[in-house]
Design a protein around this ligand. Structure first.
Ligand SMILES: C[S@@+](CC[C@H](N)C(=O)[O-])C[C@H]1O[C@@H](n2cnc3c(N)ncnc32)[C@H](O)[C@@H]1O
Length: 221
């Protein structure tokens, strides 16, 4: 599905969020900057926007971007070339079985991955496994707003407007119908804290922004 929408993915993100998605990824990069020295893994890097934000915030770090969609990675690779982004490598990998040794990264970040995982706990355990002891795991994803009235308005926008725009702009109504469904199915921010702690992360916390629709979680490995 992500390979199918790869060419229109960035444009759809800008349309759906009014361009705010870059500012949200910068918050992840700011949080990642507090990790110990060492390389960063952007898991499910897609078209590489978060990898680029991390490089811009901490130019001394090496960044690896991994994703299982070759189509998304091709768009990301072209972007890295065009913008001459150094010390950043993209590779194909499955988040549920990462091809990295234990503790390989000082920090693992992900944006808009967790909702898509078939086994969320296993994905989080993999993120923790490849992070150095004392390093950081930072995640960003869409969540249901806590305020019921606003939640209903957000739900209507997401389940009616977004699929229509997806059909028009990306030519793929199904992918943009899956998106609101994945948000509906996703755990709450508090449940995500519990799962992160269950896989061994410490001092887990989160904050919301984007009118309460985006949650940034961070834990120490
Ligand atoms: C919504 S996109 C997010 C892309 C990027 N992180 C961003 O901020 O725009 C979700 C990405 O997760 C990837 N993905 C989903 N499940 C995955 C898995 N098990 N292993 C690797 N990548 C996965 C998809 O291929 C897609 O590129």
């Amino acid at each position: 599905m992500f390979t199918r929408i790869a060419r229109r993915y960035d444009l759809m993100n800008s349309l759906m969020t009014g361009g705010r998605h870059h500012a949200w990824r910068r918050k992840v990069a700011d949080t990642a900057a507090g990790a110990p020295a060492g390389p960063v893994l952007d898991l499910a890097t897609g078209t590489a926007d978060l990898a680029i934000a991390v490089r811009a915030r901490t130019p001394v770090r090496f960044v690896a971007g991994a994703d299982f969609s070759e189509g998304m990675l091709q768009v990301g690779q072209a972007k890295l070339r065009e913008r001459r982004v150094a010390r950043t490598e993209l590779l194909v990998a499955d988040a549920l079985a990462l091809p990295f040794r234990d503790g390989a990264f000082a920090c693992v970040v992900s944006a808009f991955l967790l909702r898509n995982l078939e086994d969320l706990e296993r994905g989080l355990a993999e993120m923790r496994r490849v992070t150095t002891r004392g390093g950081r795991v930072v995640t960003l994803d869409i969540v249901r707003p806590a305020q019921p009235l606003w939640g209903a308005a957000f739900g209507a926008y997401f389940s009616r407007v977004v699929p229509a725009v997806g059909a028009l702009v990306a030519g793929d109504r199904q992918a943009y119908t899956y998106l609101p469904q994945s948000v509906d199915r996703f755990v709450t921010p508090d449940e995500l804290v519990e799962l992160m702690e269950k896989v061994g992360l410490r001092d887990v916390g989160y904050r919301r922004f984007g009118l309460g629709t985006i949650a940034l979680h961070v834990g120490i490995a």
